[in-house]
Design a protein around this ligand. Sequence first.
Ligand SMILES: Cc1cc2nc3c(=O)[nH]c(=O)nc-3n(C[C@H](O)[C@H](O)[C@H](O)COP(=O)(O)OP(=O)(O)OC[C@H]3O[C@@H](n4cnc5c(N)ncnc54)[C@H](O)[C@@H]3O)c2cc1C
Length: 383
Amino acid sequence: MTERDLGRVLVIGAGLGGLTLAHALVRTGIDVRVYEADDATGDRAQGYRIGLLPAAMDALRASLPQRLFALVEATGGSLTGPGLLFDERLNVLHRDLEGPPGDARAMDRQVLRRILLGGLGDRVAYGRRLTGFTEGTGTVTARFADGTDATGAVLVGADGGGSVVRRHLVPEVGLVAADLCGAMGRTPVTDRFLRLVPGRGTMVKGPGLTLMLGRMEFGTEPSAAAATLAPELDLPYRDGYVRWVLLVPPERPATPEGGDARELVLDLIDGWHPDLLDLVSSADMSLVGRSRIHDRPMPPWTAGRVTLLGDAAHLTLASGGNGATTAMQDAVRLSALLARVRRGERDLIPALEEYQADLLERGNAAVEFGKQALKRFVPADRS
Ligand SMILES: Cc1cc2nc3c(=O)[nH]c(=O)nc-3n(C[C@H](O)[C@H](O)[C@H](O)COP(=O)(O)OP(=O)(O)OC[C@H]3O[C@@H](n4cnc5c(N)ncnc54)[C@H](O)[C@@H]3O)c2cc1C
């Protein structure tokens, strides 16, 4: 078999999945361009800290240039130590809550995204919101809201939960509001607040409400780590913080989505232990958000030159803690198959069919896992 020119892969969306795919493709020598709707690296409202399962670390190791993976490892924080359950007055109810495996890592979302953007240079185009695409003979053309277009051999919709690509490819799948409304915030660490989260995570169960706390302590402070490991990357200085999330009853008239969560949370946890009230009122960032999910498991579609990756194909609930990991696994599987196409070992469409079968099986299982996991967080008197 001889190598052939696969052509350019168009990736729609510079999120965690699309960027991992771009790196994996660059590594295998495949031409790739990423088109992102946001104007710049935009720090989006998707949460502050993210837990990466060991499979995500494997996927990043397989995809990123060595120095960028070293930066992921250096800046990541531990997710080990006891998982505590408190009542709202901070009486310990349980000291060994279930948690992620010991080799999972906590990452600051903004730091991770900036690392993932490293080294891709002008392969990432900003301000390019996909509106549609057309498949031709041997090509696919993407159209953008700014009137431009781009043509390649394959188009990958890595455009997140509201995916335009998914709407064109699988129009029968819709988005519905999940029974998960969260108010979350980030509070700079102090010894007093760190004592609330001595290990991999803390859950506080008060009457009808659950507050979850997680610590983000950088292994090495990000700007210092970048200066040593990847000086071309300008990572901002970051202090550690405690990330808190209160599941807000969906029936509760909430602060508008994306609004400041502090007043809402302080109102809901009125009378709880002063350390918890101070943790919330000292937040330097907070917001309210409502989760959405697909209204059915993702069905198969007729395989062509357009496919999906990450949340676009399997919109998981945050409760599963597995959405990013699954998206990164998609990236590794897809790039491995496209590399085989390039080496002349596979034909393109059967390879994309094989990818789709694996994507749907793993993705739908990941979504179901998140739905089941949510039950652990909803207090008994609300469920
Ligand atoms: C509060 C919260 C906490 C979470 N915690 C965890 C966790 O701890 N662990 C975990 O594994 N997962 C977690 N997740 C899930 C995880 O964030 C997602 O699964 C992951 O970000 C999916 O990556 P993605 O690349 O598919 O999509 P995204 O990261 O959402 O990226 C999609 C990109 O596409 C762009 N885009 C959208 N539309 C267009 C368009 N039309 N044209 C061009 N670009 C477009 C967007 O701007 C965005 O950059 C959490 C999610 C939330 C909301």
